[in-house]
Design a protein around this ligand. Structure first.
Ligand SMILES: NC(=O)c1ccc[n+]([C@@H]2O[C@H](COP(=O)([O-])OP(=O)(O)OC[C@H]3O[C@@H](n4cnc5c(N)ncnc54)[C@H](OP(=O)(O)O)[C@@H]3O)[C@@H](O)[C@H]2O)c1
Length: 454
């Protein structure tokens, strides 16, 4: 349905925009959609100059059209059926900032089938259906741009696909979820429990009413899978990404990690290991002096190690209205410049053309090697420590650092914490099972991986 005087008719879309303007149809007028309208309006002259032509929002859709009309003002045609928008001949590019996967996939594929370029910030959609969507876009000769899908205000996709295009990327390691980084910062700085820190994040608007995607690590996994696909020119099936969230993290481990010179962060990691990739998300000990350990609150940070450029660090806001719009509008400007060029003249969706995308094996987490942090609650039986060292040595586990840590709360048992040498997960778990048997039940109260990021 197309609305009347309050909402200009959709057929006016091409007239309003003029001949050379890039005509945009917007699906979703919420946090990201409204920020996009504001940036497009406020910086219209500058954007037109830099993009070589004006970018004009001509049509939009949302569920609540009255609310949308207040966001958009009188010059934008509103339609109630998103299919009308993605098929409309007066639209050159569809901006999908609606969220969700099923309907978003249908609309994006339909837009592509109708020859529209697409800008989306939907990491869940691209992590689950990116290969299908990029193949459809290549077949139709249109662009699918998605800078806002990862660490919104950081132009990391441009950095990987363009700025670092001459490099072999060795590893990409990032804090790519602001909600969990806010919670971990509160647990570390204020000693809050996970539950209390989550409550605070919700009260302050950093966590959604249902925080499952963030807290489970899944949102970070979506973004890490996208970064891995770009960095290594690869198909990265989401179900092969190892994901562990922050819900089981004990704040005491943050105190213990600090005693060893580390901070615990939820990292998304993608790394090349001979002929396979590691792609994983989990709480990780990071050296206190590393830039990633300095990323506080809801901010994001991404560390890229590349063969020619060496290490680079990228920092910025990971969410927000205009912060995300900054990426959406930059993508629209790319479409304005490159949209009429042939496929070979454009930056490929995942850094290499679809024909040379590789299917790298993804290492199961048990085969991934790293140093490990172990916490044993031995302080009530200190005589066990000497024996524990002997047992670990016999099992091939080297203790490289060790500290005794008092629990900050009175009456709580302190701990002996240690860092091991580099071991695969399978080898360590095997050793811990053998330890339990030979010691009559001794096992670590916590085990986390360590990344020294040298
Ligand atoms: N918020 C951020 O900081 C941020 C950052 C990066 C990426 N993203 C991604 O951006 C997307 C949107 O996030 P948001 O925060 O802007 O969400 P939001 O504020 O909830 O806005 C969603 C918009 O989509 C519309 N919508 C939802 N379902 C629809 C449907 N079935 N048909 C038509 N319109 C529909 C909503 O309409 P009504 O308003 O009428 O309900 C609303 O205008 C998500 O993919 C999210 O992951 C968000």
């Amino acid at each position: 349905m197309i609305h009347g005087s309050l909402f200009p008719a959709a057929s006016d879309a091409s007239d309003v925009s003029g001949d050379c303007a890039l005509r945009v149809g917007l699906i979703g007028t919420g946090v990201v959609g409204s920020g996009t309208c504001q940036v497009l309006a406020r910086n219209a002259d500058l954007i037109a100059q830099r993009a070589g032509r004006p970018i004009r929002l001509v049509m939009a859709t949302a569920r609540n059209l009255l609310k949308a009309a207040q966001v958009l003002g009188p010059d934008v045609a509103l339609v109630s059926d998103p299919l009308t928008l993605v098929r409309h001949p007066g639209i050159d590019v569809v901006v999908e900032v609606m969220g969700g996967v099923t309907l978003a996939r249908t609309l994006v594929l339909d837009a592509i089938a109708h020859g529209k370029h697409v800008v989306t910030v939907n990491k869940a959609l691209l992590a689950e259906h990116g290969s299908e969507i990029f193949a459809a876009a290549d077949a139709q000769g249109v662009i699918v741009a998605y800078e806002g899908a990862v660490a919104v205000s950081i132009p990391i996709i441009k950095a990987l696909r363009e700025g670092l295009a001459a490099n072999r990327i060795l590893e990409v390691v990032g804090i790519v979820n602001g909600t969990t980084n806010f919670i971990l910062t509160q647990m570390h700085d204020a000693g809050l429990s996970f539950e209390a820190a989550l409550r605070l994040a919700t009260e302050l608007g950093y966590a959604e009413a249902d925080p499952t995607l963030d807290v489970s690590g899944m949102d970070a996994a979506h973004k890490t899978a996208l970064l891995a696909a770009i960095a290594f020119g690869a198909d990265v099936p989401l179900d092969l990404v190892h994901v562990q969230g922050i819900g089981t993290l004990d704040p005491f481990d943050m105190v213990c990690a600090q005693a060893l010179g580390y901070r615990i962060k939820l990292l998304g990691m993608a790394r090349q290991r001979s002929n396979a990739l590691e792609v994983r998300v989990h709480p990780t000990l990071v050296p206190e002096k590393h830039l990633l350990a300095q990323v506080q609150g809801a901010m994001n940070g991404i560390w890229v190690n590349a063969d020619a450029a060496g290490p680079t660090f990228h920092y910025g806001a990971g969410a927000g209205s205009q912060t995300t719009a900054s990426a959406v509008v930059a993508d629209l400007m790319d479409v304005a410049r490159q949209g009429s060029a042939g496929l070979s003249a454009r930056v490929p969706h995942r850094s290499v053309p679809s024909g040379v995308i590789r299917s790298w094996p993804i290492l199961p987490i048990g085969q991934v090697a790293s140093r490990h942090y172990l916490r044993f609650e031995l302080t009530k039986r200190p005589e066990l420590l000497t024996r524990l060292n002997g047992w670990l040595q016999a099992l091939g586990v080297d203790v490289q650092r060790l500290a005794h840590v008092q629990h900050p709360q009175d009456g709580m048992q302190g701990a002996v914490v240690m860092l091991t040498q580099c071991l695969t997960g399978d080898v360590l778990l095997g050793a811990m099972e053998a330890l339990r048997q030979m010691s009559g039940g001794l096992e670590p109260a916590a085990m986390w991986r360590v990344e020294d990021l040298n």
